[in-house]
Design a protein around this ligand. Structure first.
Ligand SMILES: [Zn+2]
Length: 266
């Protein structure tokens, strides 16, 4: 009897710690979503539009995304939960982003993706409307490719917004196994295994586009990052040495965006 009670106690304790760790994971993801939204705004990657989501750590068939609000203003209380059809979970009638289907359809198609960024990243847009491909100078994650999605191919004349599941699905298909897809005349969608990596990639997608434009102004042939070099860079990043990868830039950009360093770059 005593033994059984002890075992039951252990089970209860295990359950409690399971729930506690799920809550801790949720809190950490929401904190990163808030910081990530502020960073993307502070660094000029998004303006009043654009959004950042994360797969729900409690349920892989749900995702977390702010209510329809400018990214630079997002706080933890704005984060809402959506299912894989981009419907709101629970009773929550706050306004939602019309382009939330970008997120739901990418999460459905890509089990390896835990965070999605959608931006109108200004230097990226010219590469979506010309034949000039967005090729890597610094961004190793541009391999295998940075495809361009055109709403015209999927749905004819539209307002260019990914405002239904069919367009979201077509976009996710164009993204394939890549990390970045451009949206013609509109912006991009960038994915990653975590919020921090997705934000880092969205920032360096814009930075790489700027470098490429500048290199083209100088003229002559450009030495792009080779796929072999990109593979070494990505492998080094995956080793995750503290403060040698995206965590170093995250710490700085978070401090700036949340007011910690008192300096705003734009
Ligand atoms: Zn958009």
């Amino acid at each position: 009897m005593a033994k059984r009670a002890k075992a039951a106690g252990r089970t209860r304790a295990g359950g409690r710690s399971g729930a506690a760790s799920a809550n801790a994971a949720l809190k950490a993801v929401i904190e990163d979503l808030v910081a990530g939204n502020r960073i993307l705004y502070n660094e000029g990657v998004v303006d009043g539009f654009g959004h950042l989501s994360a797969r729900d750590p409690r349920d892989p068939n749900r995702f977390l995304l702010s209510r329809a609000r400018a990214p630079g203003l997002v706080v933890a209380a704005d984060i809402m939960t959506f299912d894989m059809d981009a419907n709101v979970v629970g009773k929550d009638d706050r306004p939602v982003y019309s382009e939330r289907f970008i997120h739901s359809e990418i999460y459905k198609a890509r089990p390896d993706v835990n965070s999605v960024v959608h931006t109108h990243s200004p230097t990226v847009v010219p590469f979506s409307v010309t034949d000039e491909p967005l090729r890597p100078i610094r961004a190793g994650f541009f391999y295998p490719a940075v495809p361009v999605f055109d709403t015209r191919d999927a749905a004819g004349w539209t307002d260019l917004l990914i405002s239904n599941a069919a367009l979201g699905r077509a976009l996710a298909e164009k993204l394939g196994n890549n990390s970045v897809v451009l949206l013609r005349g509109h912006g991009n969608a960038v994915v990653g295994p975590t919020v921090r990596v997705a934000v880092y990639r969205a920032f360096y997608t814009e930075a790489n586009a700027k470098l490429l434009l500048q290199a083209k102004l100088l003229g002559g042939p450009i030495k792009y990052l080779a796929p072999e070099e990109a593979a070494i860079m990505e492998a080094n990043r995956a080793r995750n040495r503290p403060m040698h990868g995206s965590d170093r830039i995250w710490e700085l950009m978070r401090a700036e965006a949340m007011g910690g360093s008192g300096k705003r770059r734009r």
